[in-house]
Design a protein around this ligand. Structure first.
Ligand code: PAF
Length: 294
C-alpha cells in the first residue's frame, strides 16, 4: 500500500492504473477506522480493481463548538487495517494540501433542500463542508465508483444529488450500516461514550426499529410516533435533536407517492452526538409493506 500526502504524485500513480484499464473505487473517510469503514473497503474491492481510501479530518465540516480537536486521529493503526484489507492506495493529506489558501477563501459546494433539513438544520455549514471536501477529493482521485455508509443516510443522499447535479461521472454506492451485536451503529464517536452511556446507546436503534415495526403494522399517525419516540429517548437520558419519519428519496415528509420511508434520528447522549436511521420499503399495492434496512 502506498501513502500519498499531496495530489501530484498520487495523480501520476492513479493515471498508471487507469491507463492499464483498471477501475478505481474510492472510500473517503476521516480515519479512526472501525468495522463499518472496513465493510466499505470490502464492498469497494468487489466493485473495482484498485481501492483508494482517504483519511482526512475535514475542519470545514465541523462547527465552532464541535469536536474537531478531540476527533480521534489514529493513522498508524488505520494504515495497518487498510493494508490487511488489501487497499492499494491511501491518501492522507494535511489541511494545507486540501485548503492551500485557507478555508475562508475556499469555493463551497452547497446542495439545497436535502442539505438544509435534519442534521443540516442543527449543524449549519456541516454539509457544505462535506460536499466541498468530497468534490475536491473526487477531482483529485477521479474514481469510477465511490462508496459511502448508509448510517449517514442524509450525507449519502446529498452526495448522490451533488454528483448527479454536477454531472460527475462517478457511481455512488451505499453500504448497509454495520452494527454492534446490541444494534448500536458503528461510529468513531462511540469511543466518546462512558460505560453507562454505552449501555444506553442501543436504545436509539431499538426506538427506530420499533417505529418502523409500528408503521409496517399499519400505524399511520406519524406525528404521534415521532413524539412518542422522542419522549422515550428523553426519558432514557438522550437529548433528542430530531426523530423524523421522511420520504427516503427527498427527506421531506411522507406523501402518497412515497415509495420508501426513512426514519432518521439524531440525539445527544452526554457529550456525544449519535445518529442512526432505518428504512421501510412501501408495497404500492397494499399500503405499508415490507421491511428494508435495519
Ligand atoms: O463520512 C465521513 O467520514 C465524512 O463526512 C467524509 C465523507 C469522509 C467527508 O469528510
Amino acid at each position: 500500500m502506498r501513502t500519498y500526502n499531496s495530489s501530484a504524485s498520487l495523480q501520476t500513480a492513479l493515471a498508471a492504473f487507469r491507463s492499464s484499464g483498471q477501475r478505481i473505487a474510492f472510500v473517503p473517510t476521516m480515519g479512526n477506522l472501525h468495522e463499518g469503514h472496513l465493510d466499505l473497503v470490502r464492498k469497494a474491492r468487489t466493485l473495482c480493481d484498485v481501492v483508494v481510501v482517504s483519511i482526512f479530518v475535514n475542519p470545514l465540516q465541523f462547527g465552532p463548538n464541535e469536536d474537531l480537536d478531540a476527533y480521534p486521529r489514529t493513522l498508524a493503526a488505520d494504515k495497518e487495517k487498510l493494508f490487511a484489507e488489501g487497499v492499494q492506495v491511501l491518501v492522507a493529506p494535511g489541511v494545507e494540501a486540501i485548503y492551500p489558501q485557507g478555508m475562508e477563501a475556499q469555493t463551497v459546494v452547497h446542495v439545497p433542500d436535502l442539505g438544509d433539513t435534519l442534521c443540516g438544520r442543527s449543524r449549519p455549514g456541516h454539509f457544505d463542508g462535506v460536499t466541498t471536501v468530497v468534490s475536491k477529493l473526487f477531482n483529485i482521485v477521479q474514481p469510477d465508483v465511490a462508496v459511502f455508509g448508509e448510517k449517514d443516510f442524509q450525507q449519502l443522499s446529498i452526495v448522490r444529488k451533488m454528483t448527479s447535479d454536477l454531472c460527475m461521472p462517478i457511481e455512488i454506492v451505499g453500504v448497509r450500516t454495520t452494527r454492534d451485536e446490541d444494534g448500536l451503529a458503528k461510529s468513531s464517536r462511540n469511543g466518546y461514550l462512558s460505560p453507562r452511556e454505552r449501555a444506553t446507546a442501543p436504545l436509539l436503534h431499538q426506538t427506530l426499529a420499533e417505529c418502523r415495526e409500528a408503521i409496517a403494522c399499519g400505524f399511520d399517525n406519524f406525528l404521534q410516533l415521532e413524539s412518542h419516540a422522542r419522549m422515550k429517548l428523553l426519558q432514557a437520558g438522550f437529548e433528542p435533536d430530531y426523530f423524523a419519519i421522511r420520504d427516503a428519496r427527498t427527506l421531506l415528509p411522507v406523501t402518497e407517492s412515497t415509495e420508501e420511508i426513512a426514519i432518521l434520528a439524531a440525539a445527544q447522549l452526554g457529550t456525544t452526538r449519535l445518529i442512526d436511521n432505518v428504512r421501510l420499503a412501501l408495497n404500492p399495492v397494499s399500503d405499508w409493506g415490507m421491511l428494508a434496512d435495519g
